[in-house]
Write a protein that binds this ligand. Sequence first.
Ligand SMILES: [Zn+2]
Length: 262
Amino acid sequence: MRLIDTHAHLSDLEDREDVVSRAKETGIGAIVAVGANLETNKATITWSEAFPEYVYPALGIHPTEWTQDNVPITLQYIEEQIDRITAVAEIGLDYWYRDARKNKDVRERQRQIYVDQLQFAKEHDKPVSVHGRGSWRDALDLAVQHGPENVVFHWYSGSLEILAEILDRGYLISATPAAEYSRNHRAALAEAPLECIMMETDSPVYLRNRRRPSEPSDLVITLRALAKLKEASEHEVARVTTENAKNFFRLSADSIEYIKRR
Ligand SMILES: [Zn+2]
């Protein structure tokens, strides 16, 4: 079985060697590691240097992770690393975030930073992984106006109407371990064709049903839940979603090949 974790915050995990060896034992052939601010972007690069051809770095500024003074410095850092990064991520909007809920200036600033990164990704022909909690409409519209061709709406949990537009545009959505329990997320995953879905863990997001933080080897939770939802075999879901991820992130086939057979 060949799996790709397309969105993990490895910078927030410890015990690097153990995390990666458990991921490999689970059949994970590649991890796209996402950054969120200057510090985690730098740590993401360090992870990718420690595990070349296995951890693929994606750098970005997350909508809840910026402060006024670090944005230009972080954008400059991302630009310096452009040739080695696989994608621009994690970027997007979050209108449920406490400060954004209360303050329209915060939401406006989120949009500016998001648009800057969409344009940057388009200019450099990099895929983007988009966070859109409470803001899927704007996240989609701005991606259409300013973004690159390859856009994935990570952990999509918006309406089925917006989902239809996402799929019409040829964009993807990603499934997380919340595919086990989240009503809106499950509805979207049931609706979207498997050819439009990638899998991820969003590690170390807390696994509600297991009462612990996640790591990439928990991608099997996503796999099992998605296979159930799609009434398909785990093998088939793994095959299609891995193919989707390879194409979306343009990962070379060689790097995924050595994966342990089960
Ligand atoms: Zn994330």
